[in-house]
Design a binder for this molecule. Structure first.
Ligand SMILES: Cc1cc2nc3c(=O)[nH]c(=O)nc-3n(C[C@H](O)[C@H](O)[C@H](O)COP(=O)(O)OP(=O)(O)OC[C@H]3O[C@@H](n4cnc5c(N)ncnc54)[C@H](O)[C@@H]3O)c2cc1C
Ligand SMILES: NC(=O)c1ccc[n+]([C@@H]2O[C@H](COP(=O)([O-])OP(=O)(O)OC[C@H]3O[C@@H](n4cnc5c(N)ncnc54)[C@H](O)[C@@H]3O)[C@@H](O)[C@H]2O)c1
Length: 508
C-alpha cells in the first residue's frame, strides 16, 4: 500500500470522475446509463462553476436587462420601462437561481443515478487511481477498472500586474455573486465575460468603463458583432476604451476606490475592478505528475476525449480547452461516456471506438464517415472543430456557429460571406421598433454549404440553432431554399441571406 493510501478506505469502480461540474455530471449520467459503476469526486459544489458563478447567475442578472430593453422597443410598454431596475429584486432572483450557493438538489440528482459521490479534493495517484482528501480529514483511494475522466474545469486568470492582488479585484466569481451594485465598475477585457458583466452591472446602475487592449469587443466573433454591442453599451453611457494596456492597479485600504493605471499614465477610477482576462485549467494540483503529465497544463485529447498516450485517461470540458462552453462540454461528456462504455464492453472493432490508438481518429476519409471512429461518429466530438455554437447574452445578443470569414479563409477554404441588415426582415420591425441587427453567412463555394453564421440583434439567440443544424448537417444551399421560415419571424433572415447569395448581393 502506498503512503497516500495509508489509513484510507479503498474502493474499485468501473469509472472515476474527477469534478462534478456540468461536464462531470454528464459523464456520470452517460456511463451509469450504460450500466457501469461510477464514483465522482467534488471539492466544492456539485454543479460546478456554471451553476453558481458562471452561466446561471450571469444569465439571471442579464435577463431583466434584456427584457427592459425590449420593452423600450414595444409600443404600450415604453412608459413602464424607464427608470432603474429594482436591483434588490434582481439580486435576490440571482441568489435563488443559484440555490443560495447550496448544492442539495444537484447532490440528490447525482445520487439518484446510482453514482457514489465523494466530497473532497481528488488527485491522480498513478494510472487508474484517484485519492480523495475529504473535508473531515477522511481519505479514500478509488481505483478505476476502465477509465478516469478529469472534468476539473477552469478558473479565471489574473495578469501579473503591480498592485493587483492587494487591490482585491473581481473575477467572474465576484462579478456573478456580488450582493452590492458598485457605483463605478471598471472592466478589463472585452471578451464574453467582460461584455456580459458590463451589460448586467450597467443595467443594475453601475457606471461602467471597459478597457480593451485590442481593437474591439468580442474579438473571436465577426467584427460587426462586437461593434453593435459596443455601440449599445456606449449609448447607455459606458466608456469603452480600445487599444489600452493596464500597467498597474492601486487601492488604498480594502474598501476605498480602486485606480487602474494605463500604459502612458492615464488613470481610471472605480469602486470595483473586474478582470475578465481569460481562463486557466484547474490542473495544478491533481497529480498529473504521477502519470507523466505537466501540472497546470491544459489536457490535450483526441476526438474521443482521451488523453494522448493514456488509454484509461479522459479529459472532458473546459480542462481540455477545445471549447470553454457548458453545452459543448456536455456534448463532449456524452461522446466520452459513450466511448468509455463501448471500450469497457470490448467493442474494439467495426464501428466501435477501438481500444487502442485508433480511437477517435477523425478525418479518416469517406469510408469511416458516420462510423464510430470517423467524423460525426458516436465516439468523435467532431462538432468541436466544425460547429461550436455560442450565444453572448448582451443587449443586443450576439451569436455565432462555425467559422468566421477570417477563420474560413485562414483554413484555406474558398468562401463567400453574405451580409444582411436585419431590418430587411419583416419580423424585426415587429420584434421591436427601431430594431437594429446584422447577420452574416459564410458559404463554402466548393461544397455550396454554410460553414459559419453570425447574428447580432435583439432576440437572435433563439435563431442560432437553425444555423447550427445547417452547418452540422452540411445542408446544401439548394436544399436550404426548401427550409421555409415562418412569417413573420426573425428566421426569415435565412431567406434574405439565400436571396443575397443567389443575387451576389451583400457579399465579401
Ligand atoms: C461568467 C461566466 C459565464 C458563463 N456563461 C456561460 C453560458 O452562458 N453558456 C455556456 O455554455 N458557458 C458559459 N460559461 C462557461 C461555463 O461556465 C464552462 O464552460 C463550464 O462551467 C465548464 O464546465 P466543466 O464541468 O468543464 O467545469 P466547471 O464548471 O469548472 O466544474 C469543474 C468542477 O470540478 C471541481 N474540481 C476541480 N478540481 C477538483 C479536484 N481536484 N477535486 C475535486 N473536485 C475538483 C470544481 O470544484 C468544479 O465543481 C461561462 C463562464 C463564465 C466564467
Ligand atoms: N454566454 C457564453 O457563452 C459565455 C459567457 C461567459 C463566458 N463564457 C466562456 O468563458 C470563457 C472565458 O471568458 P473570458 O471573457 O474570461 O475569456 P475570453 O478569452 O473570451 O476573453 C478574455 C479577453 O481578455 C483579454 N485579455 C487577456 N489578458 C488581458 C490583459 N492583461 N489586459 C487586457 N485584456 C486582456 C483577451 O485579449 C480577451 O479578449 C470564454 O471562453 C467563453 O467561452 C461563455
Amino acid at each position: 500500500m502506498t503512503r497516500a493510501a495509508e489509513n484510507a478506505d479503498a474502493h474499485t469502480y468501473d469509472v472515476v470522475v474527477l469534478g462534478a461540474g456540468p461536464v462531470g455530471e454528464n459523464v456520470v449520467d452517460r456511463v451509469r446509463a450504460a450500466g457501469l459503476s461510477v464514483a465522482v469526486v467534488e471539492g466544492e459544489l456539485v454543479g460546478g462553476e456554471c451553476s453558481y458563478w458562471a452561466c446561471m447567475p450571469s444569465k439571471a442578472l442579464l435577463r431583466p436587462a434584456i427584457v427592459r430593453s425590449e420593452a423600450r422597443g414595444t409600443p404600450g410598454l415604453r412608459g413602464h420601462s424607464y427608470g432603474p431596475l429594482d436591483a434588490h429584486e434582481v439580486l435576490a432572483h440571482r441568489d435563488s437561481v443559484v440555490g443560495d450557493w447550496k448544492d442539495d438538489g444537484q447532490v440528490e440528482w447525482v445520487e439518484s443515478t446510482g453514482a457514489h459521490l465523494y466530497r473532497g479534493h481528488g488527485r491522480l495517484h498513478g494510472p487508474r487511481v484517484v485519492t480523495v482528501r475529504g473535508p473531515e480529514g477522511d481519505r479514500h483511494v478509488l481505483t478505476a477498472r476502465h477509465a478516469v475522466a478529469v472534468c476539473t474545469g477552469s478558473r479565471a486568470v489574473l495578469p501579473d500586474l503591480p498592485g493587483l492582488p492587494a487591490a482585491g479585484p473581481w473575477t467572474s466569481r465576484e462579478a456573478t455573486s456580488s450582493g452590492r451594485v458598485p457605483e463605478r465598475l471598471v472592466v478589463v477585457g472585452g471578451g464574453v465575460v467582460g461584455v456580459e458583466m458590463a451589460t448586467a452591472w450597467q443595467a443594475l446602475g453601475s457606471r461602467v468603463t471597459v478597457l480593451v487592449r485590442g481593437g474591439g469587443l468580442l474579438p473571436r466573433m465577426e467584427p460587426f458583432a462586437g461593434e453593435h454591442v459596443a455601440a449599445a453599451l456606449a449609448e447607455r453611457g459606458a466608456d469603452i476604451r480600445t487599444g489600452v494596456t493596464v500597467a498597474a492597479v492601486v487601492r488604498d485600504g480594502s474598501t476605498g476606490p480602486v485606480t487602474v493605471v494605463l500604459e502612458g499614465g492615464d488613470r481610471v477610477e472605480g469602486d470595483e475592478v473586474l478582470f475578465a482576462t481569460g481562463r486557466q485549467p484547474r490542473t495544478e494540483d491533481i497529480g498529473l505528475e504521477t502519470v507523466g503529465l505537466e501540472p497546470g497544463s491544459w489536457l490535450s485529447v483526441d476526438d474521443s476525449l482521451r488523453v494522448e498516450g493514456h488509454d484509461w485517461l479522459y479529459a472532458v470540458g473546459d480542462v481540455n480547452r477545445r471549447a470553454l462552453l457548458t453545452h459543448q462540454g456536455k456534448y463532449q461528456a456524452r461522446i466520452a461516456g459513450a466511448a468509455i462504455a463501448a471500450r469497457a464492453a470490448g467493442n474494439g472493432s467495426g464501428g466501435g471506438p477501438g481500444d487502442g490508438s485508433d480511437a477517435g481518429s477523425a478525418g479518416s476519409g469517406d469510408g469511416a464517415r458516420n462510423t464510430g471512429t470517423g467524423p460525426w461518429g458516436p465516439y468523435s466530438a467532431t462538432a468541436d472543430h466544425a460547429a461550436v455554437p455560442q450565444v453572448v447574452f448582451t443587449d443586443p445578443e450576439a451569436a455565432s456557429v462555425g467559422l468566421t470569414l477570417a477563420a474560413a479563409e485562414a483554413a484555406g477554404l474558398r468562401v463567400r460571406a453574405v451580409d444582411l441588415d436585419l431590418t430587411a426582415v419583416a419580423g424585426a420591425g415587429l420584434y421591436a421598433q427601431g430594431y437594429r441587427g446584422h447577420a452574416r453567412m459564410v458559404v463554402d463555394l466548393d461544397r455550396e454549404t454554410v460553414v459559419g453564421a453570425t447574428f447580432v440583434g435583439p432576440g437572435i439567440g433563439e435563431l442560432l440553432h437553425s444555423a447550427t443544424v445547417a452547418v452540422t448537417g452540411e445542408v446544401p444551399i439548394a436544399r436550404l431554399w426548401h427550409a421555409v421560415p415562418a412569417y413573420p419571424t426573425l428566421s426569415e433572415a435565412w431567406l434574405r441571406l439565400l436571396e443575397a447569395y443567389r443575387d451576389g448581393a451583400g457579399t465579401s
